[in-house]
Design a protein around this ligand. Structure first.
Ligand code: SAH
Length: 343
């Protein structure tokens, strides 16, 4: 008999599932699974032994399993390849920042957005991740950190996949992560990154959860953006910026525009000028991401002085810009590169 997986259920769902048990049992079980990393009912010692045995006959607690792990030389970044119940695998990255431990999760197996510079898009998309699978990536890393008495402090949904095309699962996961019986994570510690799915941005505004929105812009004009990101033919720059502005106005949260710097492609002063112009007056930051080379892709990283010039231009022309700290480039931390080595 196939056992029902409890991992990913809310307490309300568990209460329904265990209709013959007192309600407090659901909360006990949920806390043990999510906060304390229980992987079997034997570890949930508050439950009477007989109940543990009965539950184990009908249910399982499935967490993703590590099939590969890479550590950066500086010890700050660990990238995991995690196997899901159906054998699919996703990349999850732990980044130890001085302000806390961040986890970067994948939202889909593969990606269908087709960005020309990205490793995740190379083999297309297999499927969406469920809310439980995304939460599983986070709890896996939290359990990993708990051995050092540490925990996950921040979440970025910036790994493989386009989270806003997996909207309902994304929202269910974020709401679960916010529950006190899981990690009780404040929405302000969460960043969701999108390639600019305009209807998804609007739906996110309606959810009323004040996460930070990151929008991958990567080019100051439609011609270049369409060449790099096919999604631009569906939602062009003007529409994306309008949705970003609406997000900032309604949530009061500054939007971050990600701008990948591709050597000789979008990293000149002219591009910086164009970017400053289209972002003028927006409640926004720019995060410059030096390109992390992907073997199968024909792009080069930017020259160091071009990064500095671009950065300086924006900051002296009214745009608040930062340069993404390159973490773990020695372990191929760019999206999709560990997975594409295995599959
Ligand atoms: N689909 C979402 C989230 C996943 S990609 C999005 O597009 O935002 C997360 C970020 O990494 C995006 O800004 C993406 O453009 C960027 N990225 C992808 N491949 C990269 C690479 N090789 N080097 C640097 N950044 C990359």
């Amino acid at each position: 008999m196939n056992k029902t997986n409890l991992f990913g259920m809310t307490t309300e769902e568990m209460i329904k599932e265990f209709s013959d048990l007192p309600k407090f049992r659901a909360k006990q079980i949920a806390e043990r699974i999510y906060r304390h990393g229980a992987k079997s009912f034997d570890e949930i010692t508050e439950l009477p032994k007989k109940l543990r045995e009965e539950l184990a006959e009908r249910y399982e607690i499935f967490l993703p399993k590590p099939i590969d792990e890479l550590n950066s030389a500086d010890g700050l970044t660990t990238k995991f390849l995690l196997e899901l119940a159906d054998g699919a695998a996703v990349e999850t990255v732990l980044m130890r920042h001085d302000y806390g431990n961040g986890v970067c999760i994948s939202s889909q197996v593969g990606c269908q957005m087709g960005c020309k510079f990205c490793a995740s898009a190379l083999k297309g998309m297999e499927r969406n991740l469920t809310a439980g699978e995304m939460l599983g990536e986070i709890i896996f890393v939290n359990n990993f950190l708990s051995k050092e008495n540490l925990k996950v402090d921040n979440l970025v949904v910036m790994g493989t996949g386009e989270p806003l095309t997996n909207f309902d699962n994304l929202i269910k996961m974020l709401r679960l992560l916010h529950e006190p019986y899981t990690l009780g994570m404040s929405y302000r510690r969460v960043t969701v990154s999108t390639c600019g799915i305009v209807p998804g941005i609007k739906k996110l505004i309606d959810e009323n959860i004040p996460v930070t929105l990151s929008i991958s812009l990567h080019a100051p004009d439609n011609k270049l953006r369409s060449a790099l990101m096919p999604v631009n033919s569906a939602f062009e720059i003007r529409e994306v910026l309008k949705a970003g502005d609406e997000y900032a106005q309604k949530t009061g949260r500054r939007v971050t525009y990600e701008y990948i710097l591709l050597g000789g492609v979008n990293d000149t002063e002219e591009h910086a000028r164009g970017l400053a112009k289209i972002l003028a007056g927006q409640l926004a930051n720019v995060n410059l991401i030096p390109y992390n080379p992907v073997n199968e892709r024909d792009f080069a990283p930017p020259e160091r002085h071009d990064i500095q010039k671009f950065f300086h231009f924006l900051n002296t022309h009214g745009i608040n810009a930062t340069i993404r700290k390159e973490m773990g480039s020695d372990i191929n931390a760019a999206c999709g590169q560990l997975r594409s080595r295995h599959f």
